[in-house]
Ligand binder design. Structure first.
Ligand SMILES: [Zn+2]
Length: 251
């Protein structure tokens, strides 16, 4: 079979597209939680990930030795959202409708999405929890505030039922359902918190993230924790050095 000129050009174009795609995959998208792609190597995988190994304010951390202070209350102004869940290959993420926010010390941050890590990323006095939820908020300047919720083994948690019935099992799979969820129902009643200055816990490990980890864990049944573990396996970054940061806790 002979190729005409245009078929050759098309074949070449496809070849180039493939080459560009694999180059992208090896420099950017290929991090994970184990072996050569694991957290110890993130900082060396790409220039963009340098903060992962060289940053001095990285997350997560062990939440111990916190300084008690009269911290300002966080105002949670969460509205219902349609349920849109995506498995991005690293975590199960719920993308949240516009219009929900938190306010801390006069700054407002809009809720963008929340996602899960098993086991927890933050530890308390070296103790880890079955799961941890991160609610990611962004202000108008693009600065991030992440609210962490520690989740321990216990009673089945009905507030998570709608999400758990729509967990996308495969990477890049999306699920939507005609139900409203409200993130405020996913939090503990007590909103006392730890706070410190940290980073994203995944590449590129960007810093200047305001971390707010709620002091009171919530419960989920072992079955519920296993449901998400089966999908994501282990997706927690180990705790990072404090360096000269201060961890505060509500009095
Ligand atoms: Zn996270």
């Amino acid at each position: 079979m002979r190729f005409g000129k245009s078929a050759m050009a098309a074949a070449l174009a496809i070849g180039l597209t493939f080459a560009a795609y694999s180059a992208n995959a090896s420099s950017g998208a290929h991090w994970g939680y184990e072996g050569e792609h694991g957290p110890e190597n993130w900082g060396h995988m790409s220039g963009e990930y340098k903060a992962c190994s060289e940053g001095k304010t990285q997350s997560p951390i062990d939440l111990s030795g916190a300084l008690e202070e009269d911290l300002a209350d966080i105002t949670f102004d969460y509205k219902p959202s349609k349920l849109n869940v995506i498995n991005n290959g690293h975590t199960v993420q719920v993308n949240y409708d516009n219009g929900s926010s938190i306010s801390v010390n006069g700054s407002q941050y809009n809720l963008v999405q929340f996602h899960f890590h098993t086991p927890s990323e933050h530890t308390v006095g070296g103790k880890s929890f079955g799961n941890e939820m991160h609610l990611v908020h962004k202000n108008d300047k693009g600065e991030l505030a992440v609210v962490g919720v520690l989740i321990e083994n216990g009673k089945e948690n009905a507030a998570y039922k709608a999400i758990w019935s729509n967990l996308p099992k495969k990477a890049n799979e999306k699920k939507s359902a005609a139900v409203d969820i409200n993130a405020s129902e996913l939090l503990p009643q007590d909103r006392d918190y730890y706070t410190y200055s940290g980073s994203l816990t995944t590449p590129p490990c960007s810093e200047n993230v305001r971390w707010i980890v709620l002091k009171t864990p919530i419960e989920m049944s072992e079955g519920q924790i296993k449901d998400i573990q089966k999908i994501m396996h282990k997706n927690n970054r180990p705790v990072q050095k404090m360096h000269d940061r201060v961890l505060k806790i509500s009095k």
